[in-house]
Design a protein around this ligand. Structure first.
Ligand SMILES: [Fe+2]
Length: 243
């Protein structure tokens, strides 16, 4: 089973994000994933035309598509332009059963804030997770620190409560898959692996505390999750920086 993930387009008028999205959509037509999840931050500055264009691109997809919001998203515009791809309720969680796998979208965004918060959503998640059933959780802000200090201030708070829900679900949660950081990073919360998808906008530089990594130009990227006989693999697919 293949789950495609796109995150952090941050489209603005004249930016390359929408062109990159169209190219990724074309590539995914050939791959034919079972599901595409967009993990938030679709546009900046409440650019409604951007949501409209994203909706037009997503309507060309041959696989089911779910969208959850990020901190830069406008929920009202998402409901207007992406109605068939996102939950009508607030928060905008989703749950989708594929053959033998539950895919959950957990909307941990906090209106008006950059950080996320898992605490208000732990009850929903607890009910949505069937102990022992293979599941993948998509969310915008990661529940782990990345080592990139300015970004760690705006991650998903109350990760201890979130970790407790995962623990209660036993070994069923194969992975937590996030965005928000604009760099592919992996880590772990309790026993569960966490994968952060790269962005379709320009990646953030690698800054580790007081240690500065030499500057280089990373490429925008997206991800494909492969679930094979209970094993979960998260593949990063980079776009040419000229794409
Ligand atoms: Fe974000």
């Amino acid at each position: 089973m293949l789950l495609a993930q796109i995150s952090d387009i941050h489209a603005t008028p004249g930016s390359e994000g929408l062109d990159r999205l169209a190219k990724v959509a074309e590539w995914l037509h050939g791959l034919r994933p079972d599901l595409l999840v967009i993990t938030g931050d679709l546009v900046d500055d409440d650019w409604q035309e951007g949501y409209k264009t994203i909706g037009a691109i997503l309507r060309t997809m041959s696989c089911p598509v779910h969208v959850i919001p990020g901190n830069s998203d406008c929920r009202d515009m998402m409901h207007q332009e992406l109605v068939e791809f996102c939950a009508a309720s607030q928060p905008m969680h989703f749950s989708r059963d594929l053959a033998g796998l539950t895919c959950l979208g957990l909307d941990v965004t906090v209106p008006g804030a950059s950080h996320g918060d898992a605490a208000p959503h732990c009850d929903w998640l607890q009910r949505a997770l069937e102990p022992g059933r293979p599941s993948v959780i998509f969310m915008h802000q990661p529940p782990i620190e990345t080592g990139i200090v300015p970004l760690d201030a705006v991650m998903c708070r109350n990760s201890d409560a979130f970790a407790e829900v995962l623990e209660n679900a036993g070994s069923g949660v194969l992975a937590v898959v996030c965005g928000h950081v604009h760099r592919p990073i992996s880590g772990r919360i309790g026993r569960t692996p966490v994968y952060i998808c790269g962005s379709l906008c320009e990646p953030n530089p690698l800054v580790l505390g007081s240690r500065s990594a030499p500057l280089l130009t990373d490429a925008p990227s997206f991800a494909v999750c492969e679930i094979d006989r209970g094993h979960f693999r998260h593949h990063t697919i980079s776009l040419s920086v000229r794409t």
